[in-house]
Design a protein around this ligand. Structure first.
Ligand code: ZN
Length: 325
């Protein structure tokens, strides 16, 4: 009862940091808020799937005993919070700070604010980024797709190192840098998705395109050959030829503005986040930074719904050893 009242209040008001801290004055309130977002219909047994028929066991671990199958489920299991020793309240405050800052927060800053060691804050921030990753919603209407290189190592390798490490072939200029490659799809006036891809080839782009883009959408891309095949699945596919410095034009038949400037705006947001806050990003972490930038893009209002959607979102645990492997 108390929690539904709190959630209602959060949804309808824009939420300040002070207002948020008032909602979670202690660990009990933080746990209750987390539980109401994760299990709005009541505890879900991870073993038999029964809903709302479990009794909470005493203690801080948020363990629930299922009356149907007799086994115990932790509310943290199946989330990036599994195996974390941090209080739920610390998680929630970190999530609030990260979800509500447009350019992100460095692990050092987060650690300073929350009184955590750097290593702990770094792991925490990556697990929250993991929660931000999502292939929803499906992109409709006019969808721009574009690719870019982000962060990573030097722009080009020295001559003696100018080979593709996987194939051993010499890399071409421009599209042959050692930086990780990011694929972005964005609905004009809508949401964005981005993910690291291994190459510019069709088979590297297809899975993300299939997960993100409604076949009824009208597609706009650059002139990369890989898009030709994908474009045939859409009612229209218009291309802008960057190599000819044609960054925007109006299509004579449809009257549509042909450009990928929206995707480039997202790339600019991601770069501000990576360069401005983190200075550098390793290719193996790029997907999570891209998810954070996409989350900031997709929740520009940054109200309480942002936080609730994060809490309710299923995401895999992310152990420290996996992050550092
Ligand atoms: Zn059960």
């Amino acid at each position: 009862m108390m929690m539904s009242y709190i959630l209602m209040g959060m949804v309808h008001d824009s939420l300040t940091l002070q207002g948020f801290l008032d909602l979670v004055p202690d660990e009990a309130h933080a746990e209750a808020l987390f539980l109401s977002a994760r299990w709005p219909e009541g505890p879900v047994c991870r073993w038999c799937g029964s809903v709302g028929n479990a009794r909470r066991l005493p203690g801080r671990k948020m363990l629930f005993h299922c009356r149907d199958c007799g086994r115990a489920t932790s509310a943290r299991s199946g989330t990036p919070m599994a195996a974390s020793h941090l209080p739920v309240r610390t998680w929630l405050i970190a999530m609030f700070l990260m979800a509500c800052s447009s350019k992100g927060i460095s692990a050092r800053q987060l650690g300073f604010w929350l009184g955590l060691q750097y290593r702990t804050a770094w792991h925490l921030s990556h697990r929250i980024r993991q929660m931000m990753a999502s292939d929803d919603p499906v992109l409709r209407g006019i969808v721009e797709m574009d690719e870019t290189y982000v962060g990573g190592g030097p722009r080009t390798r020295s001559a003696g190192d100018a080979t593709d490490s996987s194939s051993g072939r010499a890399r071409p200029k421009g599209r042959g840098t050692s930086k990780p490659l990011l694929l972005t799809a964005v609905e004009r006036g809508g949401a964005v998705h981005a993910r690291r891809i291994e190459s510019h080839r069709t088979d590297a782009i297809t899975p993300a395109w299939r997960a993100w883009v409604d076949p009824a959408a009208r597609l706009i891309t650059d002139a990369l050959p890989a898009y030709r095949k994908l474009g045939r699945a859409h009612p229209s596919h218009l291309t802008v030829n960057h190599s000819r410095r044609a960054y925007a034009r109006t299509d004579a038949d449809s009257g549509e503005r042909v450009h990928v400037n929206t995707a480039e705006s997202y790339h600019a947001l991601l770069r501000r986040m990576v360069v401005g806050v983190h200075h550098w990003v390793s290719g193996k972490h790029l997907d999570r930074y891209a998810a954070q930038a996409a989350h900031a893009w997709n929740h520009r209002k940054r109200d309480a719904n942002t936080l609730i959607s994060l809490l309710a979102r299923p995401a895999e645990p992310l152990p420290f050893r996996v992050l550092t492997a």
